[in-house]
Design a protein around this ligand. Structure first.
Ligand code: AMP
Length: 638
């Protein structure tokens, strides 16, 4: 049956006349050599897009705008941590990126080499990403909030030739030293980078390692007038890897291509975000996350927009003063037309004086997009009413790189529905499957696992870095007898085709929009000499969406009745997680028990623990080995 409606037809064509559809979208970017073949899906689930075409992400983001808009703002950098506010035009950005590219090349980096970027939200981080793309090096950005253990495992997996970092990040005016964490991570990792390039922000002293460490300021001057052309890369050349959490403790390197990603982002700027060249895009995310890659750095620049890169809290002004209206003042000042944030940030702002919103001229703003975690109804309503602008919830993952569910107002104005991130985006053949039988659920309001039929559209992950088997086994083999991509999210679809996301099917939790694997946190806690066993679950939280809660069995049981000793141990464990993974992964509480709820075969009953913590019915417990384990947790929560 053919669909009716402009968007429905657009989506239908993207799936059923796939190559023609994407050939058209491919015209939104510059190609050095046009693609020979739009989609090669001869070896499912590995999709190759725009085969034979050569292009470059940095060319599309920077160089191609030099002709029409050299002096227009490209990167607007605002830090309420350091009080720095600086605008780079496309011409200036081009020069900075070439200096960085020359410095990177000078440190021995060649096409295909990995460059790990462990940086705070500073303009140099964007230069570094674009410089890598320019010369065909693969960047691996690691979120600056991660600590040495998490960083070490990523260094080991990515095996970078070069690491780019800085002396420190800053949060609430307090410097967070990066260099000691980096040095420790390099010590822990079996792989050692040949060189480390450091931006000295003057926030913290750095001990330099002779022969390995280099200062950006010096190299920038050395390469001040550098001219470094773009490498023309085959569309399937890997542009970057970005680590994300899954069911096991080992993070997965989500690997992305070049051509497909460029096309997907360019098309999304037109059809989903409706951003036009010459306007300003403001995403409040961090370059350490996928939103930062797609919609701080590449997407807006590819579209010829200025991108506003922000370092700091949403509640602090440029002079370090308390200011819950800072973001709105930036919208006014830079005439932001498209803004992108996360529900948690809005919940933080909700606690501020609502008059702050009315204080600024927000007439330039067309819509606020929110993603990364479920958008609850009160938050959606509050921000929608306060701003008087459309609030557009969109659903996606590190793996997809751009929205899989959204309304696409650039194709057809579509009403949003509270609590729903919308409908399948063009290119995504989204289905709901029964988790037991694998049968497709076509009726309204039936709960199933959200899956995507292959091929995944352009811009989605190519594979897991250096682990094709993990890509296939993790994502594509969850339904017996069917090769289909699992999102690991539960969902339902209403009678009008709007999807609603109901939470993860696996052990991934979402804290303030940050995706964390409970296993990773468990492994970190289990390293404490007094911890015998531990379970970490995600528990609903009114501000952060979810927080991690840990239940540990300790070796020295004599500590259990002693309040003071327990509190000290809890503090020590939190410090351990801070030092290993970073404060972002720190559990809200660590509670002590003498045994954990398990099945008779020894499987941890995380879902039952989570239900009890949230005051819900833990469900069927017939497989549970010793019911007193769950009772202990209940007793602790009273
Ligand atoms: P990440 O890979 O960190 O972007 O996390 C992806 C996960 O975040 C998804 O699998 C969902 O569980 C959740 N998520 C992202 N966007 C939304 C949304 N709009 N509504 C509900 N959950 C979301």
């Amino acid at each position: 049956m053919n669909p009716t409606g402009v968007y429905a037809e657009f989506h239908h064509r993207s799936i059923h006349d796939r190559d023609a559809f994407w050939a058209e979208q491919a015209k939104l970017v510059d190609w050095h050599t046009p693609p020979q073949h739009i989609c090669d899906y001869s070896n499912p689930p590995f999709a190759k897009w725009f085969l034979g075409g050569t292009t470059n992400l940095c060319h599309n983001a920077v160089d191609r705008h030099l002709k029409d808009r050299p002096d227009q703002a490209a990167l607007i950098y605002v830090s309420t941590e350091t009080g720095i506010e600086k605008t780079y035009s496309f011409r200036e950005l081009h020069a900075e990126v070439q200096r960085m590219a020359a410095a990177i090349k000078g440190l021995g980096v060649q096409k295909g080499d990995r460059v790990l970027i462990y940086m705070p939200m500073i303009a140099e981080a964007a230069f570094a990403m674009l410089a890598c793309a320019r010369i065909g090096a693969i960047h691996c950005v690691v979120f600056g909030g991660f600590a040495s253990g998490a960083l070490a495992s990523r260094i080991e997996d990515a095996s970078p030739r070069l690491i780019i970092s800085a002396d420190a990040g800053s949060r609430g005016g307090k410097a967070i030293e990066y260099k000691p964490l980096l040095d420790e991570a390099i010590k822990l990792s079996a792989h050692k980078p040949e060189a480390v390039l450091l931006v000295d922000r003057g926030l913290a002293p750095m001990t330099m390692v002779a022969g390995r460490d280099h200062l950006w300021d010096a190299l920038r001057l050395q390469h001040f007038g550098a001219v470094v052309g773009c490498e023309w890369l085959e569309a399937n050349h890997t542009s970057y890897t970005l680590y994300t959490s899954g069911t096991t403790g080992k993070p997965k390197g989500v690997q992305r291509d070049t051509g497909g990603y460029a096309v997907a982002l360019a098309a999304s700027m037109k059809h989903i975000y409706c951003g036009n060249a010459g306007e300003t895009y403001f995403s409040t995310s961090d370059i350490g996350w996928v939103v930062g890659h797609s919609y701080i750095v590449y997407g807006p620049l590819i579209a010829g927009m200025a991108t506003l890169m922000y370092e700091g809290l949403p509640t602090r002004g440029l002079a370090g003063e308390a200011n819950g209206g800072i973001w709105w003042s930036l919208v006014e000042k830079y005439k932001v037309t498209v803004m992108f944030s996360a529900p948690t940030a809005v919940r933080v702002l909700k606690k501020q004086d609502p008059a702050l919103l009315a204080k600024y001229d927000l007439s330039s703003l067309r819509a606020l997009f929110l993603a990364g975690e479920p958008l609850d109804e009160p938050t959606a309503q509050w921000i929608g009413q306060s701003l008087g602008k459309p609030i557009i919830d969109n659903y996606w993952q590190t793996e997809t790189g751009w929205p899989a569910l959204s309304v696409c107002n650039g194709v057809e104005q579509t009403a949003t529905r509270i609590g729903s991130p919308g409908k399948p985006v063009y290119g995504y053949d989204v289905k709901l499957l029964d988790d037991q039988t694998g049968a497709e659920l076509t009726g309204a309001n039936q709960k199933g696992v959200v899956v995507i039929e292959g091929p995944l559209p352009p811009g989605c992950m190519q594979t897991v870095w250096r682990d094709d088997a993990r890509f296939v086994n993790t994502y594509w083999k969850t339904v017996p007898g069917k090769l289909v991509y699992s999102t690991f999210d539960w969902g339902i679809r209403d009678a009008d085709g709007y999807f609603f996301i109901l939470g993860r099917t696996d052990d991934v939790i979402n804290v303030a929009g940050h995706r964390l694997g409970t296993r990773e946190i468990e492994e970190s806690i289990a390293a404490h000499p007094n911890v015998a066993e531990v379970a970490v679950v995600g528990v609903a939280d009114p501000l952060k969406g979810q927080v991690a809660m840990a239940f540990a069995v300790i070796k020295d049981a004599s500590l259990v009745p002693d309040d003071k000793a327990r509190l000290k141990l809890e503090g020590d464990i939190m410090k351990l997680v801070d030092g290993d993974l970073g404060a972002v992964a720190r559990p809200a509480r660590v509670r002590f028990v003498t045994l954990l709820p398990k099945t008779r075969s020894g499987k941890l009953l995380r879902r039952a623990i989570q239900a009890v913590c949230e005051g819900r019915d833990p469900g069927d417990l017939t497989t549970m080995d010793d019911p007193s384990a769950l009772q202990q947790i209940k007793d602790l929560l009273i």
